[in-house]
Design a protein around this ligand. Structure first.
Ligand code: ADP
Length: 480
């Protein structure tokens, strides 16, 4: 697993290389260079958009069966290669092999699901209010989509953006994250191997500037982005300014409320899973754990014991339960948030230290920080690492108020055996997804995904909701 890959762009059905200038590293062992690649220039982006535009008429007019067959084939190839792809993903991103292989299978399932959805581009026939006239709607493909993806789910997120776009007859120019280009590149290669016509799916590698060239391109009809708040603000402004369609997912500060009456062990497991699995690098991670006073002390203790027992190690090591941070910047950010929380009055119960293991990597011990207040930075800003902060509250009402504080609203969880509180929470927590007696992270691939407030912008992604963003409605009146 130490071969360094040389990656190419995919433009108009061809592998296009340049002079490699950028590397992606194995965060579990930084001596291992996973891939080298050239950053796409504006000319490359222009060529990719032109290819996507040229391919659009035939692709959007093709029988839905043609599109369905392509996606089905992509799904089968991904599933067949799940082991190799899982290892590549673990090597490049740093999640453990079981987590990485699970993500690969999720990508395969997403393509399978949208192979079915390709046949379900529904229209409606309505009775007109005027005699002799018929009114109907149909959903048509929009055109060229620019898709900008992050590193934390390097195959699942490209899959959940590309599959619906292609299923409904659009063409794509994707730019994956610079930390995980090899995994995304493997997906692009599979889409071509499965027989995508030239120009239908293009991928350009690079950093923010390459993404910016896509977002600002006048011939890109829609932009789908997952990433940080900061980048989202730039992309949103640029897309709206030229009236392009835009959809964005930008993370959360997800609360997990635990009430006195919860099944204690299950609640501890929900907190542990939500806060630390995937190294906390999930936008649905439980970063604020809000616990009522009757069990608070016992809960902090139990969570700390379990967190301290987690085995942190190289992603490819079968014994590892928590892998490294994706890069040095992310690791330093995690460690600095632990410091900030302690300086603001939080109590570090366990973890929060940089770890030196046998291989040089970006490791830290999972941190449990107790006795924090909602107003502290640790509870307002997204950390994106294995850091859980706990807040003590007197009752459900205070827990709900704190859960709803701040400006984000992606996922929110509650652990309780009370139907009354679970129901009330479901209806009153300000989040796009609510988990009852489940971790805040961990979602199905066939249902909508997304948040409220500043977590998300525009139409929902995934499942039956994806058709909204990737089609436009045409209304037809006819008289005969
Ligand atoms: P993170 O900090 O987690 O890496 P970013 O929001 O910076 O999150 O990155 C998410 C994706 O957005 C990456 O593919 C990145 O290259 C891309 N990106 C960053 N800046 C811009 C930009 N100004 N315009 C378009 N894409 C960008």
């Amino acid at each position: 697993m130490t071969e360094t890959l040389t990656l190419t762009h995919f433009i108009d059905g061809k592998a296009v290389s340049g002079t490699p200038s950028t590397e992606s590293l194995n965060p579990s062992d930084t001596r291992d260079v996973v891939a080298r690649f050239a950053e796409a220039t504006t000319d490359d982006v222009n060529a990719a958009v032109a290819a996507a535009r040229k391919a659009f008429p035939a692709w959007s007019a093709a029988s839905p069966e043609v599109r369905s067959d392509l996606l089905d084939k992509v799904s089968n190839i991904i599933a067949d290669r799940r082991e190799a792809l899982g290892k590549l993903l673990a090597r490049e991103e740093g999640k453990t092999v079981p987590e990485a292989t699970g993500e690969v299978m999720r990508a395969a399932r997403i393509f399978k699901y949208f192979a079915g959805e390709a046949l379900r581009r529904h229209g409606l026939t309505l009775d007109s209010t005027r005699p002799g006239i018929e009114a109907s709607t149909y959903r048509e493909a929009v055109g060229v989509y620019g898709q900008i993806t992050p590193w934390n789910f390097p195959i699942a997120i490209p899959a959940w953006k590309a599959a619906p776009a292609l299923a409904f007859g659009n063409t794509v120019v994707m730019k994956p994250a610079e930390d995980t280009p090899a995994t995304a590149h493997a997906l692009a290669a599979i889409i071509h191997e499965a027989g995508a016509p030239a120009g239908v799916f293009n991928m350009v590698l690079g950093r923010g500037a390459t993404g910016g060239a896509i977002v600002n391109h006048a011939d890109v009809d829609g932009v789908s982005f997952t990433g940080s708040q900061k980048t989202g603000a730039i992309i949103g402004a640029a897309a709206v300014a030229r009236q392009a369609r835009v959809q964005m997912e930008m993370g959360g500060k997800n609360p997990l409320v635990v009430l006195d009456d919860a099944d204690f062990d299950r609640a501890v497991q929900c907190a542990l899973d939500g806060a630390f699995f995937g190294t906390g690098q999930r936008c649905t991670a439980s970063s604020r754990i809000i616990v009522t006073a009757g069990i608070y002390d016992r809960f902090v203790e139990a969570l700390a014991v379990k967190a301290a027992a987690l085995k942190v190690g190289p992603a490819l090591d079968a014994a590892s339960q928590v892998g490294p941070a994706v890069n040095e910047r992310q690791l330093n950010q995690n460690l600095s948030y632990v410091d900030i929380a302690v300086k603001e009055g939080g109590r570090l119960v366990t973890g929060g230290q940089r770890l030196t293991l046998n291989t040089p990597g970006f490791y830290m011990s999972p941190a449990v920080i107790a006795d924090t207040q909602q107003t502290m930075r640790i509870n307002c800003e997204e950390v994106f690492g294995p850091v859980a902060s706990l807040i003590r509250v007197k009752d459900y009402d205070e827990a709900l108020a704190i859960a709803n504080a701040g400006g984000l609203g992606l996922s929110a969880g509650i652990c309780t055996n009370s139907l009354k509180y679970a129901r009330h929470y479901q209806h009153n927590v300000r989040a796009g997804m609510v988990m009852v007696n489940l971790p805040t992270a961990g979602v199905d691939y066939h249902v909508p995904f997304g948040g409220t407030r500043r977590s998300s912008y525009g139409a929902r992604e995934q499942g039956f909701a994806a058709v909204e963003f990737y089609t436009q409605i045409k209304t037809v009146y006819s008289w005969s």
